[in-house]
Design a binder for this molecule. Structure first.
Ligand SMILES: *Cc1c(COP(=O)(O)O)cnc(C)c1O
Length: 390
C-alpha cells in the first residue's frame, strides 16, 4: 500500500542529511558523560552589539512597526545597504531598484531559481558548498551540475572544465567567497573571468558574499559587483547574520542587477510578507552605527584561528591559514575518509568536527572546524587532538 503522506519527489531527491549521523553520535557520547567540545557549529557565539538591540527595543514600541512591512523592505534599510556598499566596496546601488530586503540571505539564495530556472535548465553549484544552492535549484526543477573546488586551484571552480553542453544549458551559477566550508577567498581576477563566462553563456551569477566582513590580517575581500560588467550578469547576497552576530534576527539583502532583483522580489511577494520593521531599524543601526563591535569580533575570530592553525601545525598537519570566515578547512589524515575521521575524533577525544563530504563529494578528504567557541575551549580541543592515535 502506498504511504499515506508520501513526500513529493523534490523532497525525496534531496541527498540524505549526513549530519544526522554525527548529531546522533554526539548525543550518545554526551550521554556517556563525556565533556564534548563542539567545533561543528557555524553560528556566532558572540552576542549582537548592544546598540543594535536597543534600536530593536525602541522600534518595537512603535505601533507603526506592528503592521505588515512592505515586501521589498523599508527604503531606510535599503538606503543604508546602498550607503554601506558605496563605503565598503565603492559600488553605487539604487536603493529602489537594486536592493531587496531578505528574511536572511539563505531565503533569497534558495528562492532565486524559482524566479529564473525552468525545469531542465542547468544550475552550476560549487562542491563542496552551502547545501542551500543545490536544494534551491532542485526545488525549481533545475539540473544541478557540481563544480568541484580543489585545493590545487585555490578552491575556485575551474570554469574551463565545465562541459560545453552544460555551459549551454546553464542558467544560473552560485559562487561563495570568502567560502564556506573551505575558507578560500576569490580575487578580482577570478571574478572578472566569471563575468566573461557569464556574458559568453548567458548565465546569471549569484554570489553569496556572506563572509566578506569576517576578514583577517587587514585583508578586504572584494565584492563581485566591483567588476566591470558584473551588474549586467548578476547579484550578490549578503546579510547581517555573521558580520554583526545576528543569525537569529533573520535579515539579509540581495543587491545588483535590477531585473534579477525584481524577479526574486516577485517570488517573495507570493511566499512571505517581508521582515519585521523593528528588525529593519535595528539592521540600519548595525550598518550605519559604530563598527567597533564587528572590529572586535574580527579580532576574536583571528585569535581563535591562530590557536587552531598553530595547534594543527604543531601536530604536523598542513593547513592553509584562512584570510576570512570563521572556518578552518583541514585535510584528513591519510587512509581515513572524512566521516570515519570525524567519528573517531568524537569517540576517542570528544571533539566534534564536520566531515567535508557533508558539503558535497569533493569535500571528501577534509573536515571543517568552526571558530565559534571560546579560545580556551579551542585550545583544549587542540590539546585533545594530541591524544588521537591515527
Ligand atoms: C550562514 C550562511 C548563510 C545564511 O545566512 P543567513 O543570512 O543567516 O540566512 C548563507 N550562506 C552561507 C555560505 C552561510 O554560511
Amino acid at each position: 500500500m502506498p504511504e499515506r503522506f508520501e513526500l513529493a519527489e523534490r523532497l525525496k531527491r534531496l541527498p540524505p542529511y549526513l549530519f544526522a549521523e554525527i548529531d546522533k553520535k554526539k548525543r550518545e557520547v554526551r550521554a556517556r558523560g563525556v565533556d564534548v567540545i563542539d567545533l561543528g557549529i557555524g553560528d556566532p557565539d558572540l552576542p549582537t552589539p548592544p546598540h543594535v538591540i536597543q534600536a530593536l527595543q525602541h522600534a518595537a514600541l512603535d505601533p507603526e512597526n506592528h503592521r505588515y512591512p512592505s515586501y521589498e523592505g523599508m527604503l531606510a534599510f535599503r538606503q543604508a545597504v546602498a550607503d554601506w556598499y558605496a563605503k565598503r566596496f565603492g559600488v553605487t546601488l539604487d536603493p529602489e531598484s537594486e536592493v531587496l530586503t531578505l528574511v536572511g540571505s539563505k531565503e533569497g539564495t534558495a528562492h532565486m531559481p524559482l524566479a529564473f530556472v525552468n525545469p531542465g535548465d542547468a544550475v552550476l553549484v560549487p562542491d563542496p558548498g552551502y547545501p542551500v544552492y543545490a536544494a534551491g535549484a532542485w526545488f525549481a526543477g533545475g539540473e544541478v551540475h557540481f563544480m568541484p573546488l580543489r585545493r590545487e586551484h585555490g578552491f575556485l571552480p575551474d570554469l574551463d572544465a565545465i562541459p560545453p553542453d552544460v555551459a549551454r544549458r546553464a542558467r544560473l551559477m552560485y559562487l561563495n567567497y570568502p567560502n564556506n566550508p573551505t575558507a578560500a577567498c576569490a580575487g578580482r581576477e577570478f571574478f572578472s573571468r566569471v563575468v566573461a563566462f557569464a556574458e559568453r553563456h548567458g548565465v546569471i551569477v549569484c554570489h553569496d558574499a556572506m563572509y566578506s566582513e569576517l576578514r583577517f590580517d587587514g585583508y578586504e575581500p572584494p565584492s563581485f559587483l566591483e567588476m566591470e560588467g558584473a551588474r549586467q550578469v548578476g547579484v550578490e547576497f549578503h546579510s547581517l547574520s555573521k558580520t554583526y552576530s545576528m543569525t537569529g534576527w533573520r535579515i539579509g539583502f540581495c543587491v545588483g542587477n535590477a531585473r534579477l532583483v525584481a524577479g526574486l522580489g516577485k517570488v517573495k511577494t507570493n511566499v512571505d510578507s517581508g521582515v519585521f520593521q523593528a528588525v529593519q531599524y535595528a539592521a540600519v543601526a548595525a550598518l550605519t552605527g559604530p563598527q567597533d563591535a564587528s572590529e572586535r569580533y574580527r579580532k576574536i575570530y583571528q585569535e581563535r584561528r591562530d590557536v587552531v592553525v598553530e595547534g594543527l601545525r604543531a601536530l604536523g598537519w598542513e593547513v592553509d591559514v584562512p584570510k576570512a570566515t570563521f572556518f578552518v578547512w583541514v585535510p584528513v589524515s591519510k587512509g581515513l575518509d572524512s566521516r570515519a575521521f570525524a567519528t573517531r575524533l568524537l569517540d576517542e577525544v570528544g571533539v566534534v568536527v564536520t566531515p567535508g563530504v557533508g558539503f558535497g563529494p569533493s569535500g571528501e578528504g577534509f573536515y571543517r572546524i568552526a571558530l565559534t567557541i571560546e579560545t580556551p575551549r579551542l585550545a583544549e580541543a587542540m590539546e585533545r587532538l594530541k591524544r588521537l592515535r591515527l
